[in-house]
Design a protein around this ligand. Sequence first.
Ligand code: THU
Length: 135
Amino acid sequence: MENRELIRLALEAREMAYVPYSKYQVGAALLTKAGKVYKGCNIENASYTPTNCAERTAFFKAVSEGEREFAAIAIVGGYAGVLTGYAYPCGVCRQVMMEFCDPKEFRVITAVSEEEYIDKTLEEMLPYGFGPSSL
Ligand code: THU
């Protein structure tokens, strides 16, 4: 799948963000190696700490449906309206990626639009990571 299509799906996912507290809307689109896409948005909570990031929503949806092989994730985030900056994945989400993805192959695409994005490997995003192969 083209990066621009995966980003378009992340933008679509962002519309579902449940963000009454931060108002910061994040969308993610996770591509499996077989070509299926799982979308996720951030889901906040009045008690704050139960908040789930968009990336983890996408991963947990996919893993709970039996998916284990992933190729890439596109991420978009910002306040309502036109996106002005990149929404890089938080450390916890990078660690979740590390659990299921090959750091040298899995690509993390952070975007402000379908045309403007940064495409990095997980290893670039999380150098010297700790994962299943560490144990
Ligand atoms: N957030 C994400 O969805 N993904 C990230 O990687 C960073 C942060 C969400 C969590 C919270 O709902 C809002 O952005 C502000 O932190």
